[in-house]
Design a protein around this ligand. Structure first.
Ligand SMILES: Cc1cc2nc3c(=O)[nH]c(=O)nc-3n(C[C@H](O)[C@H](O)[C@H](O)COP(=O)(O)O)c2cc1C
Length: 203
């Protein structure tokens, strides 16, 4: 090991100076929520964003918002493929504050609910649950099957939060962007990132 490598190891062992968020993008519909959240997070200097995207997530992202992996990479600090099981976020020894799975497919929901950590998304979610960290799943499917509902119940019992991707209308959204921002903003709030993407209800 040369000196440069030693420095890198020491730096990895230091406690994080910034808040770390894991964002997992899976192959459910809802990529505009990802775009809205990432645009908001881009200027947040106090946040280190670790992003992982599944193969199906890549496909749906290209289909819904036209983003390639290169475009996504520009919006994150670290981008991992789902097969990268050696990524830092796969280990409980790597500190992160919270994990947001948005959008979350029913397949990924099932893998998390049943502890079937076959890829980096489900493994990082397992880490979040076993380490008692915040885990929020923004689910998108309709209608739901009995298995989906049972899996959601399991995640809630394990300490996770299920957040259906459903905008509210009491805020009188005028554009699709308003409705998208509501869902993205509420999801960011759920992982502890206050934001101005939506208007909280003040009575
Ligand atoms: C255009 C498109 C939209 C999809 N939308 C959804 C969806 O809203 N919810 C869902 O659970 N699966 C959806 N799927 C299916 C998932 O992508 C598929 O089950 C995939 O295996 C999920 O893998 P992942 O969880 O590893 O990303 C969609 C697939 C495509 C191609």
């Amino acid at each position: 090991m040369n000196l440069g490598e030693g420095d890198q190891v020491v730096n990895k062992l230091k406690l994080p100076s910034k808040k770390r968020l894991v964002l997992a993008i899976t192959g459910a519909s809802g990529m505009p929520y990802v775009v809205a959240a990432l645009r908001y997070l881009k200027d947040k200097r106090d946040l280190e964003l670790h992003c992982v995207i599944s193969k199906a997530g890549e496909l749906v992202m290209r289909q819904e918002v036209g983003w390639s992996l290169a475009e996504l990479k520009q919006m994150t600090d670290h981008l991992y493929e789902e097969t990268d099981l050696a990524a830092p976020i796969a280990s409980g020894s790597f500190q992160f504050e919270a994990m947001l799975v948005m959008p979350c497919s029913t397949k990924t929901l099932s893998s998390i609910a049943n502890g079937y950590s076959f890829n980096l998304v489900s493994r990082a979610a397992e880490v979040a649950l076993k380490e008692g960290r915040k885990l929020v799943l923004v689910i998108r499917e309709s209608p739901l099957s009995l298995m989906d509902v049972e899996n959601m119940e399991k995640v809630i019992q394990a300490g996770g939060t299920i957040m259906p991707a459903s905008p509210a209308f009491y805020t009188h959204p005028r554009t699709l962007e308003d409705a998208v921002n509501f869902v993205a903003g509420r999801a960011l709030s759920a992982v502890g990132i206050e934001n101005n993407l939506y208007q909280p209800w003040l009575g």
